[in-house]
Design a protein around this ligand. Structure first.
Ligand code: GLN
Ligand code: ZN
Length: 749
C-alpha cells in the first residue's frame, strides 16, 4: 500500500531554524546563512521520508514562519504598509510576521490566530482595496525543483484557496466575491507553473471544510474548484482535509473532478461512515496515523479500518501534518525505555506508515511487527491508580456546585476584603530575570542545595511584595519565581505525567512549546504551592492571591492519553488541583486564582458540538476545583485570549468570583457581549498589552477604564494588566504598574 505524509516539522531536529532565525533577526548572521540552515532542514526532512519509503512526500510544507503567510506573499496579498518599508523580500515577509521598528518605519505585525483546534498559530492575511492578487512568487516551484535535485519526487502541498479566503481579513470595502476570480486565476497560474516543471500531484490543503459550512460557502468552494480542476492539465489534484470530517460537503466534493481526496479518520468522527460511498476512479488518502498525538499507532485497529474501506484505491496517510508532534524520540534518553516504546514522534511515525503499508499487503497476523505492536496495546505499566479512579467515579452532582450562590458570596467578600473601588492586581508572574532562571537551573542540576534554592526565592518574593506595596497594588501576588512553565510546574508535582528533553512543537514562528505527556492516572503527590504562598502572606498585611493552573489548561497543553477520555483525565487533574485549593485555604490564603489560559483550546470546530462534546464537562471540571471553598474565599480565574465572546454564558458558569482576561488588543468588543449577557462575574479586562515592552501612559489607561465603565458596573470592575509579567523587563514593569495604579486612583477620584 502506498503512503503519504501531509507535512513534516520544519523547526529542525534541535530547533535549528528557531535559533538561526533569531540570530538573523538580531543581525548576527546573514540572509545567506539563514537560507543555508533552511536548506539543510528541508533536505534532511525529504531524505528521511524517502529513506522511510514514503510514497507521497510533500514539498512546500517548509516555512520560515508560517504557511498562511507564505501563501499570502506568493499571491501578493501584502498590505501597503509593509511594501512601503522597501525592505528585501525576506525582510518584508518577516515584517509581516513580527512587525518592524527601525529606520525605515514602524509597523505592527499581522494579527495571529489559533490554527483550527491546534496550539499552532497562523498569521491572518489582510486584503484591502489596494490588494491586487496575482502570482508573484515561486516558492512552491523552487521547492519542488530543489527536492528533485536531491532525488526526491514530491507532491507540492499548498493551502487551498477556499481555506485561504475564509481565514483572510478584509479590511477595506472588498469582500470574498470581489477577489475570488483573481485568486482562482493566481492558483491556476501556479498549477501551470508546476506542471511545466513536471509536477505530477498537487495537494490542496482545505482544513476549513471540516467546520460548519453555509450554502454560500459550498457555492464558493464549488466555483473555485470547478475552474481549477478544469485547467489542471496533466497534473493530478489531491484535495486534502484534516482536523475533522467534511460531512457538510462530502456529497458535493466526491462529484468534483478531484483525482484524490484526503480524509481524516482520527478526528473525523463521521469519516468512516462517509466513505461507505466513495466514487470509483478516485484515490482515497486515508488519514489513520495520528498527526497530533504521540502514542504509537494501534496496528490492529488501523488495519481493520483499512480493510473496512470500500474502495481499492487507498493511500495510507497521516491524519494531518506532523508539524503538531515533536521531531524524534531519538535522544530522549531520560525516558524509561518501557514508556518510550509507547511513543511515536514525527520520525517514528514514518516507520509506522511504512510498517502498516507493508502489513496491509501481507498475512500480517504472523508478522513480528504486528505481534509486538499488539502486545504494547495490551497495557502500560504504572498508569492505573485505583484510588484516583474511584474518586472520579464517586463525584456527585453537588460536587460541581459552589454554595452559597454568587450574589451572596459577592456581598460577603466585599464586607470581608474591603477593597477600594476598582481594585488593582496583577495576573501572577513577575519578570523572570536571569538570576531567577539561574537559581532554578542550578537547583535542578544539583549545584545548589534545597535550602539555598528556597532562600533565594524567598528573598525574591519578599522583594516583589515590597515592590507591589510601594506601587500601591491592592491584591498582592508572590511572583511565581519557582515556575518554569505554568503546566510543567504542576505536572512535575503530580503523578501520572512524563516530561521530555527535546520534544518541541512549533507554536508560532520561532516559538516552540514542550508539552508534558499524560501517562497515567493523575494524583497530587504533595502540596505544591502552599509553602510559597504562606511565606508570601507572612510578608504583608495586604491580601495575597494564591496562584494555580486549572485542570482544563493542564490537559490542553499536554499530550493526552488515548486509553481514557480527555474528560476523565481532566476530572482527575481537577481533583488533584482541588486538594491544592483546599490546602491553600486551610493555610489562610483567602484569594486563589486558578488560571484557565487555554480553556478554548479544544473547543470543537463545529458549533453544534461545543457544549455536548466539550463545554458540558470542561466548565464543570473547573467548578469541581473550587466548589468546596468557603463563601468568603475569593476565587479568581484568568484567560489569555478574550476570544470568548461567543461562549460568555459558559465562562460565567465557571462561577469564579473574578475573571481577568486579555482585552487591550481586541478593541474591547467583548465588553458589549458581557453586558448583553448580563455577565455576573466581576471582571478585570487587561488595561495594557504585556506582549510589548512599551510602557502605557496614565492617560491611556484612564481612557481604557473610562470605556470599560460604560459597559461594566463600577462595583464589578478590576484593574490589571493583560497577562503575567514574566517575559517583561523589571524597569518597564515597574513603570507600567505605577501608571496603572495612578490611573485607578484618578478614576476613583
Ligand atoms: N499566572 C500566570 C502568569 O502570570 C498566567 C500565565 C498565562 O495566562 N499564560 O504568568
Ligand atoms: Zn494570560
Amino acid at each position: 500500500m502506498r503512503t503519504s505524509v501531509i507535512g513534516f516539522p520544519r523547526i529542525g531536529r534541535n530547533r535549528e531554524l528557531k535559533f538561526a532565525s533569531e540570530k538573523y533577526f538580531n543581525g548576527e548572521i546573514t540572509e545567506k546563512e539563514l537560507l543555508e540552515t533552511a536548506e539543510a532542514i528541508k533536505n534532511e526532512n525529504l531524505l528521511k521520508q524517502k529513506e522511510a519509503g514514503i510514497t507521497f512526500i510533500s514539498s512546500n510544507d517548509f516555512s520560515f514562519y508560517d504557511n498562511m503567510l507564505d501563501t499570502a506573499v506568493l499571491f501578493n496579498v501584502i498590505p501597503k504598509r509593509y511594501k512601503d518599508l522597501k525592505l528585501s523580500g525576506l525582510d518584508t515577509y518577516f515584517a509581516m510576521a513580527r512587525g518592524y521598528q527601525g529606520e525605515k518605519g514602524n509597523v505592527k505585525a499581522l494579527a495571529m490566530k489559533k490554527w483550527f483546534n491546534t496550539n499552532y498559530h497562523y498569521l491572518v492575511p489582510e486584503i484591502d482595496d489596494d490588494t491586487k492578487i496575482e502570482l508573484i512568487g515561486d516558492k512552491p516551484v523552487k521547492d519542488f525543483e530543489a527536492a528533485g535535485k536531491i532525488g526526491v519526487n514530491t507532491k507540492t502541498s499548498i493551502i487551498g484557496p477556499f481555506t485561504f479566503l475564509k481565514l483572510t481579513r478584509f479590511t477595506g470595502s472588498k469582500n470574498v466575491h470581489d477577489v475570488a476570480d483573481d485568486l482562482i486565476n493566481a492558483y491556476v497560474q501556479l498549477v501551470k507553473a508546476l506542471e511545466k516543471k513536471g509536477e505530477g500531484l498537487i495537494e490542496f490543503d482545505e482544513p476549513r471544510l471540516v467546520m460548519d459550512l453555509s450554502a454560500e460557502d459550498k457555492e464558493l468552494f464549488k466555483n473555485i474548484y470547478n475552474v481549477i480542476l478544469e485547467s489542471k492539465g496533466s497534473v493530478k489534484i489531491l484535495l486534502q482535509t484534516f482536523f475533522g470530517d467534511i460531512r457538510d460537503i462530502y456529497d458535493e466534493v466526491v462529484k468534483l473532478d478531484f483525482d484524490a481526496i484526503g480524509l481524516d479518520f482520527v478526528e473525523g468522527r463521521k469519516t468512516a461512515e462517509l466513505v461507505k460511498f466513495f466514487p470509483k476512479g478516485k484515490v482515497l488518502f486515508a488519514g489513520l496515523v495520528n498527526g497530533k498525538n504521540i502514542w504509537i499507532n494501534d496496528y490492529s485497529k488501523t488495519l481493520s479500518a483499512l480493510k473496512d474501506i470500500a474502495t481499492d484505491e487507498i493511500v495510507l496517510s497521516t491524519s494531518c501534518s506532523l508539524l503538531h508532534v515533536p521531531y524524534t524520540l531519538d535522544g530522549e534518553a531520560g525516558l524509561d525505555s518501557d514508556c518510550k516504546a509507547h511513543f511515536s514522534f514525527a520520525r517514528e511515525k514514518l516507520s509506522e506508515l511504512k510498517d502498516l503499508g507493508e502489513l496491509f499487503d501481507t498475512d500480517f497476523e504472523k508478522d513480528e511487527r504486528f505481534i509486538r505492536n499488539k502486545l504494547l496495546h495490551q497495557g502500560r505499566k504504572n498508569c492505573m491508580d485505583s484510588a484516583v479512579q474511584s474518586a472520579v467515579a464517586s463525584i456527585k452532582p453537588e460536587d460541581y456546585e459552589r454554595l452559597p450562590k454568587f450574589e451572596e458570596r459577592e456581598k460577603i467578600q466585599k464586607d470581608k476584603f474591603r477593597l477600594p473601588l476598582f481594585p488593582t492586581t496583577t495576573i501572577g508572574s513577575f519578570p523572570q530575570t536571569a538570576d531567577v532562571r539561574k537559581n532554578r537551573l542550578e537547583f535542578k542540576k544539583g549545584l545548589k542545595s534545597k535550602e539555598e534554592y528556597i532562600k533565594f526565592n524567598q528573598d525574591k518574593i519578599r522583594e516583589c511584595i515590597k515592590l507591589q506595596e510601594e506601587i500601591g497594588l491592592d491584591v498582592i501576588v508572590h511572583g511565581e519565581f519557582e515556575r518554569n512553565d505554568m503546566v510543567e510546574y504542576f505536572g512535575e508535582n503530580l503523578s501520572g505525567f512524563l516530561f521530555t528533553k527535546n520534544a518541541w512543537v512549533q507554536s508560532y514562528g520561532t516559538r516552540c512549546v514542550k508539552p508534558a505527556i499524560i501517562w497515567g492516572d493523575v494524583a497530587r503527590k504533595n502540596p505544591i504551592t502552599v509553602e510559597w504562598s504562606k511565606f508570601a502572606k507572612s510578608c504583608t498585611d495586604k491580601p495575597v492571591k494564591g496562584m494555580l493552573t486549572g485542570p482544563v489548561t493542564i490537559l490542553n497543553w499536554s499530550f493526552p492519553r488515548e486509553d481514557i477520555s480527555i474528560k476523565e483525565s481532566t476530572l482527575q487533574i481537577a481533583l488533584a488541583i482541588r486538594d491544592e485549593v483546599l490546602d491553600l485555604e486551610k493555610n489562610g490564603i483567602d484569594i486563589i486564582q486558578i488560571d484557565e489560559a487555554a480553556l478554548r483550546e479544544k473547543l470543537p470546530l463545529r458549533k453544534a458540538d461545543w457544549y455536548s462534546e466539550y463545554l458540558d464537562w470542561a466548565i464543570p471540571a473547573f467548578r469541581l476545583v473550587h466548589s468546596k471553598v468557603k463563601s468568603e474565599t475569593q476565587i479568581h480565574t484568568h484567560m489569555c485570549y478574550s476570544e470568548f465572546t461567543d461562549i460568555i454564558p459558559a465562562i460565567d458558569a465557571m462561577d469564579a468570583d473574578v475573571i481577568t482576561f486579555e482585552a487591550s488588543r481586541s478593541d474591547l468588543l467583548i465588553l458589549d457581549a458581557l453586558r448583553e449577557n448580563n455577565f455576573k462575574t466581576e471582571v478585570g479586562p487587561g488595561v495594557y498589552d504585556i506582549h510589548s515592552p512599551r510602557v502605557p501612559s496614565v492617560d491611556e489607561i484612564v481612557t481604557a477604564l473610562t470605556k470599560m465603565r460604560k459597559k461594566i458596573e463600577d462595583r464589578k470592575l478590576w484593574v490589571n494588566p493583560d497577562c503575567g509579567l514574566k517575559t517583561r523587563g523589571e524597569d518597564e514593569t515597574v513603570k507600567s504598574l505605577k501608571n496603572l495604579v495612578a490611573a485607578a486612583k484618578i478614576i476613583r477620584g
